[in-house]
Design a protein around this ligand. Sequence first.
Ligand code: GDP
Ligand code: MG
Length: 439
Amino acid sequence: LTERLQNALGKLRKKGKVSEADVNTAMREIRMALLEADVNFKVVKDFINTVKKRAVGAEVLDSLTPAQQIVKIVDEELTKMMGEKAVPLNKAPHIPTIIMMVGLQGAGKTTTAGKLAYRLKTKEHARPMFIAADVYRPAAIDQLKQIGENIDVPVFEMGTDTDPVEIVRQGLTQASLQNNDYVIIDTAGRLQIDEKLMQELQNIKDLAKPNEILLVVDAMTGQAAVDVAEGFNKDLDITGVVLTKLDGDTRGGAALSIRAVTGKPIKFIGQGEKKNDLDIFYPDRMANRILGMGDMLTLIDKAQETYDKKQADDMAEKIKENSFDFNDFVAQMDQLQQMGPLEDILKMVPGMANNPALKNVKIDPKDIAHTKAIVYSMTPAEREDPDLLSSSRRRRIAAGSGRPIQEVNRMIKQFNQSKKVMNQMTKGNMKGMDQMLGG
Ligand code: GDP
Ligand code: MG
């Protein structure tokens, strides 16, 4: 999706003035890109109509930067389609807030229950409790218990022989005795929607009266995820959606149609298997990501969690002033390494998300050591001013670091490219970035 959209919009970006024919061509390509990404047909049609209507409007074609205007419209309409604003978790007026996880088998309910509890614990100092209501596989209860142990959250379980509704009833009593402020009910899934499962979930819902019914869907399943969402919503009237496995989803079509088709907000996205791989869903960021600008803001959020505010501020400032140099580059590399697997992080960097070279990339810590060796072989002056790096200096650096000259050249080229993209990116998004940084 990203690649095609980038192409369509990239062609426009290069133009000064655009004609109605240019708009039509771009719309055709955007339409193809969305359909290819498995976005619901009707959603695509509405989307294109809206964008086109705005794009051929006099304000755009007559403006000084029509191409940018169109890119902006596409960005805005994508954001709107996904719900405009982040929607927080529902909360009960009196504790506990009851959250029921539902979804097909393997979608990520249990994992997400764990991530959510971890999030509530760390961000709100909450005292969540799990109820193990998936009684069809003994392994499911063990999995939840293991997660609970790992993040220090109690699990209420009664094995596999009790009716799930009864388990939930007793679990809720236990939670009020323990004063838990959140109860997260992990339910069973099936390979596809079936009546028996829906009946069971309905019974649990009737008893527990959850404040939040979170449907967990696997983003990698594309249009199927949208059908699943429609089905669950029809039967259970869900309150929100969690889109998992977005770390593996290259198409992103599900994110685009779910809101439009069900009218229910995506509240969180799962981007990995670890306990802190659950992020709030921001429609505008997702639109940026789909447009291939990278998810800079999420990256900065992550950065802030990991390194201190001062460092993050400095980095943003440097990018803004375009004075990012090789010293920062190495410092950033060190910080990035602390943030998690580099290949995940890189995908959030502008322009990298859909870089074909990154698709199957595994980053070898050795490569990082090599890159650092190259930087360390530069003089302080060279590190601060990459423009100094003439070919004779590059040869000296290659010899000093023991790396081939081609590698040195490649690294410098990559550095310059990322610097350029980061700078362009921040210009467009400085306001959001300042806000993120508490400015
Ligand atoms: P459930 O059957 O719905 O409870 O699904 P599980 O929580 O057991 O998850 C099924 C598999 O998906 C597990 O291997 C999880 O580690 C994996 N998984 C869940 N969420 C994510 C995610 O956001 N990203 C990735 N890569 N894997 C995930
Ligand atoms: Mg499960």
